[in-house]
Structures are given as C-alpha cells and as structure tokens.
Ligand binder design. Structure first.
Ligand SMILES: [Zn+2]
Length: 302
C-alpha cells in the first residue's frame, strides 16, 4: 500500500504576532503548539489538528472548530475529500488575533474504477429533494460532545465488496464529482447492522417518506462533527433522538432504494464530507484510545 502506519508527529511551535491590544502591551506575541496528523496526509484521510488552546482551523475556505479532548489539548477534525488534487495547501490556524499558516502537502492516492450496470428504470432513479436535504443536514450535525470510542467496529459481518473512494460508471457513463463515500458490505437481506460507535440517531428516513435513491436510511451523530450513514436498509430498529451504544443492533440489511441487491452501504463523515472509514476502524485518530475525554477534561477543569 505504501502507506505508513502509525503517526510520526509533526510538531510546530508557532509564534504569532497579533494586533497590539492594551492588555497585550507587555508581550504581544503568542505561541501555540500545533500537531497535525497524519504526517503524510492522503485524499480521504481525516486530518487532525491538535493544539494547546481552542482554535479554529481554516482549510479550503471552510472553518472547522476545535473541541477539548484533554486538559490543555484541543482537536479539530478536517475532512480530506477523495477528490482532492495532490499538492500543497495552506492550512490556517486561527486563535484570537493570530493566524498561523501551515503548508499541508496532500500526497497522491489512486482509487479504482467500478463499472455498474443498472436497468434503465433503476438508472433513472434520482435522489428526491426531501432525501437530499434531510441527509445533507443530518451528516453536517455538529455536537460538542465526543460520543465515540476508538476503534470503530465494523457495522456488518459481511465482506467489503466496494471500498472507499472508488469512481463509478453507471451503464458506461462516468459519474462526475463522484466517489464511493464509504464501504459496501456484502450481506444477505435481514442481516444485522450494528452501531460502530456510540452516537445519537439524527435521521430515520424511509422509502415511504421519499427516500427513493437511498432507500431506508439511518444517520448517527458521533459528536464533534463525526457522523455515519447506513442506507438500503430493510428495517430500522431505532428511533430519532435515541442514543445508541457501540455494538447495538440498529437496523437490518436490505436492498431498498437504488441498490443492485441486498448489501449495506456505510459511510463515515466529518463535517459533512465522506472520509475513509479505514482510519476510524484502525483507531488512527489522535489522541485518546477511549472516548468521553471531553467530559474528563471538563471535570478536571472544574
Ligand atoms: Zn455503497
């Protein structure tokens, strides 16, 4: 694969000179330690920016918040789309009047091409505005708590039949701006689907309510901008607003919506952008092996 496992730390001690304010007259410079994981980011990775203080991270014209993960440790998650071009990008760390710019080199990554044949009727199926809006907003859910613990579990016991990032042709026509936003698990109709990590149910969508393309759909909010989606389900076993535990059975595999057969499509998102589940299944997310560190940090501060 050519990918390095584990993380070498990229530690940057940044000195920013902010706008001089009255209370800063003694020392107008501020230091911040910024650690960026992984050290050799690829399209699809979840970028993690760890700082000593609360900051915002600006990347590709989007601002990403940081959340406390331990005493004196804050983390922002920045999704790298599978469609990113390999080159150097400016990553800006914003803290009060200070802005630090870090050059971030995104290395090239190859994704496969998958050819899919659908009957004319199925190929013509489009997402309804109802499902697009509901799914889009559910996947952008932002809760300050961290519900998850690493590593994420596989939601299905089936083998992975389609990996993350694949480009697709439908009946010979390449889908533009498309990449496979998750994993497909080969599993029979009615097989169980479990929650890969703790979270809150933020969307239950059904074919009857207009989820024509995705079929019966479930979205979990794992907190701090991380969500996961389950589509083409035959049954959903949880209700909107419910908290689920890691390993809890949440749904049954099906072939509802535009599916070529019974399977589970599962995706993980950070701030609404699909990222490679491999980082989460392998626990390659800095910096704690267990969750609820934000709660621990809040406690120790009080
Ligand atoms: Zn899929």
């Amino acid at each position: 694969m050519g990918r390095r496992t584990g993380f070498a730390l990229l530690v940057l001690l940044l000195i920013g000179v902010g706008a001089l304010r009255a209370e800063d007259s003694v020392d107008s410079s501020t230091t911040e330690t910024v650690r960026v994981f992984p050290d050799n980011p690829l399209p699809g990775n979840t970028l993690q920016i760890v700082t000593r203080n609360q900051v915002a991270v600006r990347f590709e014209e989007h601002d990403f918040p940081s959340f406390p993960i331990a005493t004196g440790e804050w983390r922002a998650l920045v999704p790298l789309s599978a469609l990113m071009h390999p080159r150097e990008y400016p990553l800006e760390v914003l803290s009060g009047p200070n802005t630090w710019t870090i050059p971030l080199r995104v290395a090239p990554r190859r994704f496969g091409l998958q050819r899919i044949s659908l009957s004319a009727g199925r190929a013509a199926l489009e997402a309804t505005p109802t499902e697009e809006e509901a799914i889009g907003s559910a996947l952008r859910t932002l809760s300050p708590e961290q519900f998850w613990q690493l590593p994420f579990r596989r939601p299905s016991g089936g083998r992975i039949s389609s990996g993350f990032g694949l480009r697709r042709t439908y009946n010979g026509v390449l889908e533009q701006n498309y990449y496979h936003r998750g994993y497909d698990f080969a599993a029979p109709q009615g097989a169980g689907v479990i929650a890969p990590a703790a979270g809150r149910v933020v969307l239950v969508g059904t074919t009857q309510r207009g989820f024509r393309l995705h079929g019966n759909t479930l979205v979990l909010d794992h907190g701090q901008g991380v969500t996961s989606i389950y589509i083409h389900l035959s049954r959903i076993l949880v209700r909107r607003g419910e908290m689920v535990k890691a390993g809890q059975r949440i749904a049954l595999v099906g072939s509802s919506g535009r599916a070529t057969g019974a399977h589970l499509h599962w995706g993980i998102y950070a701030h609404g952008v699909a990222i490679d589940p491999a980082d989460w299944l392998a626990g390659r997310i800095c910096c704690r092996a267990s969750g609820n560190s934000s709660a621990a940090a809040a406690e120790s501060a009080s």
